[in-house]
Write a protein that binds this ligand. Sequence first.
Ligand code: 5AD
Ligand code: SF4
Length: 428
Amino acid sequence: MSEHDAETLAGMIEAMGYERTNESEKADLVVLHTCCVREKAESKVLTRIGILKRLKEKNSSFILAVGGCMTQQKSVAKYIKQSFKGVDIIFGTHNIHRFPELLEEVKHRRHAVLEVWDEPDGVRETLPVARSDKTKAYVNIIYGCNNFCTYCIVPYVRGRERSRSVESISEEVKGLLDQGYKDVMLLGQNVNSYGKTLEDRPDFSDLLTHLDTLGDYRLRYMTSHPRDFSGRLIESIANSNNVCEQFHLPLQSGSNNIIKKMHRGYTKESYLEMVDKIYQEFTEPVLTTDIIVGFPGETDEDFEDTLDVVRKARYDLAYTFLYSPREGTPAATMDDQVPQEVKMERFNRLLALQNQISLEKNQAMVGKEYEVLVEGTSKTSDKILTGRTRGGKVINFAGEPSDVRQLRMVEVVGARTWSLQGKIRQGE
Ligand code: 5AD
Ligand code: SF4
């Protein structure tokens, strides 16, 4: 979502006449679009601000802006303003559309501005977007989150759930297909809550079923909540042509104890039942997840439950995180914070297990043929292509630059933990 917000910012900035550069030394304006989901993301931004503000010494008209989730927290916005005199614009998540005005104000009045809104003013539909890819596109369907998982800062910085209408999403997707986009990723903190704020209350299955009729393309979504991932939704996906067999279902923890303390609303058993249903319904689904290690109070036994689910669900990929206390969330002040060395030891065990499973699942693909959407050429040679299977697996293979943005049948000939090597079918 942050990445897509950055595309919107880029769209607005380009519409003002700015051009993109990959070298910050040449830039008249740098916007840091920030994340605050874990502490590490925040500390990276502070380091970058420290480096970037030095560009003012060489270019007196250089403007540095910081926005997004991190600065949506008023205390952080204030801290940045006080501690880093070189920052010209500080904005949040709800007023991103105001960026052009804030920029004009700084340019003409030459004083710093801080503007962070407490709440969004509805859903904005008309902002320009400078998409960073020509094959894959992001489309927002729902903003905000009402779940308040106890470790998570997102509901505090992204506000309450609000959905875009089916019509406006449909128009955007049609426009993308007309422009030649082949892969559309629907975005929301919890896509399964889609439609609850709309008058005729369409749900996520209804939206997918509608979007499925718009053309021949790949349709994905992120992120779905395991609590709300219903049998009906699994059926709609199975009955569709375009919705890909890729399931990102954040587990966070496999222990009922911890799942409850996290306020997630499912159990280890109900989660595994859902996974079973997916494996029954699809021949080769790709399953991925997010896991937090070391949530307050997590015991060895709790952690063993997480490993148990990992073994049973056999994820293709897991994004694993050390629990990071976020100020203002309930978990940050819970007793029994897990010591860092214990977190690290568990994290490494989880990683070793998951890497083994990822490799085994990739190895099981060797010798089979898959439909691959070619996304680009490698950095080193335009005869080495990179693409993805419908399940979202990355595959590299030899081909021609003219294959880019096309679908090709590719045989898997080699497997690594994170990627596959392939060979394009002759005559393709
Ligand atoms: N500490 C560690 N990981 C977190 N995530 C969210 N909040 C925290 C936190 N406080 C992880 C979750 C979520 C992913 C986007 O980030 O696993 O699914
Ligand atoms: Fe955070 Fe939970 Fe909402 Fe996901 S569902 S954004 S983890 S509060």
